[in-house]
Every structure is written in C-alpha cells, then in structure tokens.
Design a protein around this ligand. Structure first.
Ligand code: GDD
Ligand code: MG
Length: 351
C-alpha cells in the first residue's frame, strides 16, 4: 500500500483575489465542481492506496475534513503545522509520523494545486516507479516542458527521454531557474519539469533528511513527540516546530540527493500557480469566461466574475485577465500574473 501525503498548507497568493489567506486556491473549485484538493485526494483514493496523511495549517483544518468527507475519504491523520514552514518540514513531519509505525512503507507526496485529468495514466506511472522505490531511490515525476517556465524545478536526464515508463537516473535537479537558464534547458531537450510529486520509502526519505538537514529532523521529531491530539487532529508542538527553517523540499533535499530517479509522466499535468495557468487550462478559442462574463472582440483573455448577478464585460482586450470579487478586482496583463504575489504584499503593507 502507498500512503498519500497531501500537502495543502500553502496560501496561493498568486491567484489573488480568488485565493485568500483564509481560503486559498486549493480549496476553491477553480476548474469544475470539485476543489483542487478534493481532486488530488480522490486521485489517490483507489486500489493500492492507504488512507492519506494530510499536512495543513490550523486555519484550514475544518475545510480539510469537510472537503474530504464530501469526497467520501477518511484521512489516516491530519497533522497541523503551528506555522507555515514551506514543504520540507511538512513532508518530514509526515515521514516521521509514518516511520513510527511502518518505516518500510511507501509514501507519495502530492501537492494540492495540480490538474491531472487522466487518473488511470497517472496511477500507472506511479506503479512503474515502485521498483526504483524498492531499491531505495527517491522518485520524482517528469513532465515534458513546452515553455521556459521559471516557476518550476527542472530535472536533467543523461539523454532525451523516451515514451516508456522505466525509471531513469537523474543527473541534476535545478529548482526555479532564471529565465535564461530555463530557455537553455528547454532548448537542450534533456530536461523535464519536476511535477512536484514524489514517491519514496519512508526509510529512504528520512535518511536523506538526516544527511542534508539533520537539525530539521531534530526540530520536527521534537514537534511530533510533543504533539497534542485535538478533535482527531495532531497538533505539532510549536516550540520545536519553530526551530525548523522555512524551505521547500526541492531546495532542502532534492537538489542535494544523489539517489533520485525520474519517471516521465506523459499525461496532461498543470500546476494552477497563477492566472495565466488557469487561462491555459480553461480557455476555449483563446477565451476563458466564468460567471456572468461577456467578451466582445477579445483575444487570449480571461474574464471571471465571482459575484452572483454582477456582470463582467471585456471589449477589444488582448492578453488580459480580469477577476471580480465582492471586495476586490484584479486586472492584469496575462504575462505579468506571477507578479500578483508582489501586489498582494504591497497591499498588506498599506493596511
Ligand atoms: N502543509 C504545507 N505547509 N503545505 C504547503 C506549505 C506549507 O508550509 N507550503 C506549500 N505547501 C503546499 C502547497 O499548498 C502546494 O500544494 C504544495 O505544497 C507545493 O507548494 P507550491 O508553493 O505550490 O510549490 P511550487 O509550485 O512553487 O513548486 C513545486 O512544485 C512545482 C510543480 O508544481 C516544486 O516542487 C517545483 O520543483 C515543481 O516544479
Ligand atoms: Mg505549486
């Protein structure tokens, strides 16, 4: 059995004003009727999967249990982080939690901001990775890049990948390159995007953290040892947790480890990281319209009204995203949607 570890503690600021600190993107139905978190949980709820371990923030604990119940999924554990420390401590908390009962178990780390429509293809790819996991490898899944994206990690292979699902050894892992490096890697043809989904044995990942982040292991083990059970939630102890640095697993472990393998995933995959990504996933003939939205002579444009009965109208627009919420409206060039993060930070300072 594989234990899914669902990460859903991020705040998704680049999808402001739909994504809010109190109700971030992963819990909203950005595409279709289900939230991205529900879709991720459901993808990993079939045969061969144990009950998931969810790692999240205090503010989201009831959203998590409500949305899982709605999807008919009972969590194995819900670990509550006293504060967001990015993904490295979150994954380690799940790994050490599982280590106590089954150190040789296998865990699948899954973010909750992805769109992966073909569940069967995805699960076949996960199965193909299991032999490498049994050999103690840390497996990541690779996506063929189609643009010089700077928001992803890149996986360097020894040779250009083929279509088969044999795990390939990784030469190097490059997290979030600058634009020039990203373009170079795209031109090379030997690089895949890191899907941000990882499969490994509990023992292998704990060993990697012990090598590359021993102090984090001490902090997170302390936070688990001092954890309190509260209404079925496992609250990690803040005094120890606070000693863990805020860093992603990509920087803390994956860029450093020398036992990584890659399994290419050929199905459709997208990280709904910003509004340009939402446009790409939802556009039809260049337009993405949601709510009472009307476009006249618009190209490559997203118009979205989240206010019942409030129309949004675009005329003669090209490469624009506009999102209307009851208390905020965002209008941005489609190439600048990564910068929403800075705009939100600036708004916070003004308050
Ligand atoms: N529990 C918890 N705590 N979850 C967190 C935290 C945290 O402090 N921070 C982020 N997460 C969750 C997010 O909600 C998301 O589901 C997942 O962890 C990944 O975090 P992101 O912040 O979305 O990462 P990213 O997209 O910038 O980069 C990662 O994913 C890319 C592909 O989507 C990296 O792994 C890249 O290498 C990769 O290409
Ligand atoms: Mg992401």
């Amino acid at each position: 059995m594989i234990t899914p570890v669902l990460l859903c503690g991020g705040s998704g600021t680049r999808l402001w004003p739909l994504s809010r600190k109190s109700y971030p993107k992963q819990f909203s139905p950005l595409i279709g009727d289900e939230s991205l978190f529900q879709a991720s949980a459901r993808r990993l709820a079939g045969d061969g999967y144990a009950a998931p371990v969810v790692v999240t923030a205090d503010a989201f604990r009831f959203i998590v249990t409500e949305q899982l119940a709605e999807a008919g999924i009972a969590p194995g554990a819900v670990l509550i982080e006293p504060a967001g420390r990015d993904t490295a401590p979150a994954v380690l908390a799940a790994a050490l939690h599982l280590f106590a009962s089954d150190p040789d178990g296998v865990m699948l780390v899954a973010p909750s901001d992805h769109v992966i429509p073909d569940t069967a293809a995805f699960n076949a790819t996960v199965q193909a990775a299991l032999p490498a996991v049994r050999d103690g490898r840390l497996v990541t899944f690779g996506i063929s890049p189609d643009r010089p994206e700077t928001g992803y990690g890149y996986l360097e292979l020894a040779a250009a990948p083929t279509d088969d699902l044999t795990p390939l050894p990784l030469k190097a892992f490059v997290e979030k390159p600058d634009a020039e490096t990203a373009q170079g890697m795209l031109d090379e043809g030997r690089y895949l995007w890191n899907a941000g989904i990882f499969l490994f044995s509990v023992r292998a990942i704990v060993a990697a953290y012990r090598s590359f982040a021993p102090d984090m292991v001490t902090a997170v083990q302390g936070a688990l040892d001092g954890a309190q059970s509260d209404l079925g939630f496992t609250r990690l102890a803040a005094d120890h947790w606070d000693a863990a640095p805020a860093i992603s697993i990509d920087y803390a472990v994956m860029e450093k480890a020398d036992n990584l393998s890659v399994v290419p995933f050929a199905g459709r995959w997208s990280d709904l990281g910003d509004w340009a990504a939402v446009w790409r996933e939802t556009q039809d003939g260049g337009l993405s319209l949601s709510g009472p939205a009307t476009a006249l002579d618009c190209d490559n444009t997203l118009l979205r009204s989240e206010v019942e009965g409030q129309a949004i109208v675009g005329i003669g627009l090209t490469d624009i995203v506009a999102i209307a919420m009851p208390d905020a409206v965002l209008i941005a060039h489609k190439d600048r949607t990564q910068d929403v993060k800075q705009a939100v930070a600036a708004l916070k300072q003004k308050k």
